[in-house]
Ligand binder design. Structure first.
Ligand code: URP
Ligand code: ZN
Ligand code: ZN
Ligand code: ZN
Length: 472
C-alpha cells in the first residue's frame, strides 16, 4: 500500500489557502496532497467537514501544584484528552520552577508527570521563578540547545513574581540564548494595595477579585514589560491580554521597532467582570487573572484578533473544581476572594468558541481561524512546519470540522477534570468531528479512539520571533 491513510474529498484550510484535494498519510506524516489518491489501509471521507491543522494550544496549565493543598483538576491524561476532543493535537503546558531548585530538576518532575499519560503531543514552557546566576548563565542557554526554547515570567503573584532587575537579567539571558519570554503583566504592588483596601472594608466576595486587578494594573505592567524588553532588545510575548489599553501598549512598542507577540483568550471575549458577581459564591467559577473586563474590552479583543495585535489565541486552561475543598471554594476561598485559586478551564471549548463566535459570526475568516488556533502557535514557539499546517512533510495533525454542527456547551459533554465550565449553556455552531495526531485518530468526535501514552514530547527550535531578533 502506498498510504496508511487517505483523507478523501476534503476542503483543506491552512492559514493562507483554502483548496480541495486528498491528503495522503504515511508513517504519521503528510506525504501527498493531490486529487484522486488511492491505495490506502484506511480511507476517511471528508466531503462534508473542513480539513484543518489540529489546534495548538500554547498556554495550558496541567498538574501544577497550587499550594495550600489546592489541586489542579487536570493531570496530563485528562487535560490532553479534553484538548483532543476540543480539536487540538498539541498543547504546551508549563513546567513550574520550584524556588530553590534548578530548571532541570523541575523539568524532571514534569516529564515524570507527563510520561505515558498524554493523548496528544506536548511541549513545555518553563516558568522561571528563581533566576539565579546558574539558572540564567548556564542552565538556560543549554536548555535552549536541548529544545526548551520558551520561558514564562510573572510580574504578579507574591510567590512567583520577579522584580524588575530579575526580569531584566532573565530577558538578557533569553536574548543571548534565543529563548522566547512570555510575560504575565499585572502590577503586584497595586493589586496587593487594592486587596488590602477591600479587606479593610469587609469586601470579600468573588467580585472583588476583578476590582483588585484593574485595567490600569495590567496596562502599567504591560508597558513596563515592554520597556524592559526594549532596554535589552529581547523579543517577548504578552500573554492573556484582556483589554484595549494593554493592546495599545503592544501596538506602540511594535511601532518603536520591538519584536512583540500578543495573546488573548476566550474568557476575554465571552465573560465580563459581572460574571464574578453571581449569586452565592458562583462568581468564583470565573476568577482568573487578568480578570474578565466589560463589553467594550470584549469588542477590543475581537478587533485585536482581526487586525493582528494578537498573534495567538490560547485557552490559558487552568482548571480547578468548584465543589471541592481542594478547588475554588477551599475553606479560605469561601471566606475571601484572595484565596480563590486563579484560573478557569477552557482547553476543550477554545476552538468551538473561536469558530462559532469568530468564523460563524463573520468576525474572522477560516484562514485566520487556522492562523490563530494553530499555525501562529507553531511559528512562535519553534514547531513550524512540523506542526501547524497541512503540507507535504508536516506531521499529519489534522482536525475535521463540521461547520454546521450545533452544540450546547454543558459540563457533562466535556472531558476535563473540572466540575463546571464557565460557558455552561452557550450554543455554538461548528465542532471538531475527528482528530488525528500523526495520522492516528484520537477521537471521532463522539468517542475516544486513541490510547493514553500515544502523545509525544516535542523538542522545539527557537522562535521565529526570537531568532530574527537575536541575529538582527
Ligand atoms: O488566572 C490565571 N490565568 N491562572 C493561570 C496562571 C496564569 O497566570 O497564567
Ligand atoms: Zn499568567
Ligand atoms: Zn496561564
Ligand atoms: Zn540563529
Amino acid at each position: 500500500m502506498k498510504f496508511d491513510t487517505i483523507i478523501r474529498n476534503g476542503t483543506i484550510v491552512t492559514a493562507s489557502d483554502t483548496f480541495r484535494c486528498d491528503v495522503g498519510i504515511q508513517d504519521g506524516c503528510i506525504i501527498a496532497l493531490a486529487d484522486n489518491l488511492f491505495d490506502a489501509a484506511e480511507i476517511i471521507d471528508a466531503s462534508g467537514p473542513y480539513v484543518m491543522p489540529g489546534g495548538i494550544d500554547s498556554h495550558v496549565h496541567l498538574a501544577q501544584p497550587s499550594g495550600d493543598g489546592i489541586v489542579m483538576a487536570d493531570d496530563f491524561a485528562s487535560g490532553t484528552l479534553s484538548a483532543a476532543f476540543g480539536g487540538n493535537t498539541t498543547v504546551m503546558p508549563f513546567c513550574m520552577q520550584e524556588k530553590g531548585t534548578t530548571l532541570r530538576e523541575s523539568l524532571k518532575v514534569y516529564h515524570e508527570k507527563a510520561k505515558g499519560e498524554c493523548y496528544i503531543d506536548v511541549s513545555f514552557h518553563i516558568v522561571v521563578t528563581d533566576p539565579t546566576g546558574y539558572v540564567l548563565g548556564q542552565e538556560l542557554p543549554a536548555l535552549v540547545e536541548d529544545g526548551y526554547t520558551s520561558i514564562k515570567v510573572f510580574m504578579t503573584y507574591d510567590n512567583l513574581r520577579l522584580r524588575d532587575d530579575e526580569i531584566l537579567a532573565t530577558l538578557d539571558s533569553a536574548r543571548s540564548s534565543g529563548a522566547l519570554v512570555m510575560v504575565h503583566c499585572e502590577n503586584e504592588d497595586a493589586i496587593r494595595f487594592l486587596i488590602g483596601r477591600h479587606e479593610k472594608n469587609g469586601e470579600l466576595a468573588p467580585k472583588y477579585h476583578a476590582t483588585s486587578r484593574p485595567v490600569a494594573a495590567e496596562r502599567e505592567a504591560t508597558h513596563r514589560a515592554l520597556s524592559l524588553a526594549e532596554i535589552v532588545e529581547t523579543p517577548i510575548v504578552i500573554v492573556h491580554v484582556s483589554n484595549r489599553e494593554a493592546m495599545e501598549e503592544i501596538q506602540r512598542a511594535r511601532a518603536r521597532g520591538s519584536k512583540v507577540a500578543g495573546e488573548t483568550c476566550p474568557q476575554y471575549l465571552m465573560l465580563t467582570a459581572d460574571d464574578l458577581d453571581a449569586t452565592e459564591l458562583d462568581g468564583a467559577k470565573f476568577v482568573c487573572s487578568p480578570p474578565p473586563r466589560d463589553k467594550q474590552s470584549q469588542a477590543a479583543c475581537w478587533e485585536g484578533l482581526q487586525n493582528g495585535t494578537f498573534d495567538v489565541f490560547s485557552s490559558d486552561h487552568c482548571p480547578f473544581r468548584f465543589e471541592d475543598d481542594q478547588g475554588k471554594l477551599n475553606g479560605k476561598g469561601k471566606r475571601n476572594f484572595r484565596w480563590i485559586p486563579n484560573g478557569i478551564p477552557g482547553v476543550e471549548t477554545r476552538l468551538p468558541i473561536l469558530f462559532s463566535e469568530g468564523v460563524g459570526k463573520g468576525r474572522i475568516d477560516l484562514n485566520r481561524f487556522v492562523a490563530l488556533s494553530s499555525t501562529n502557535h507553531a511559528k512562535l514557539y519553534g514547531l513550524y512546519p512540523q506542526k501547524g499546517t497541512i503540507a507535504i512533510g508536516s506531521d499529519a495533525d489534522i482536525a475535521l470540522w463540521d461547520p454546521n454542527k450545533s452544540v450546547k456547551i454543558t459540563n457533562d459533554i466535556l472531558h476535563h477534570g473540572s466540575d463546571y465550565t464557565p460557558y455552561e449553556g452557550l450554543d455554538v455552531t461548528g465542532w471538531p468531528v475527528r482528530v488525528l495526531v500523526r495520522g492516528k485518530t484520537v477521537t471521532d468526535g463522539a468517542t475516544l479512539v486513541g490510547a493514553k501514552g500515544s502523545g509525544n514530547y516535542l523538542d522545539r527550535a527557537r522562535s521565529s520571533l526570537a531568532h530574527s531578533r537575536a541575529n538582527s
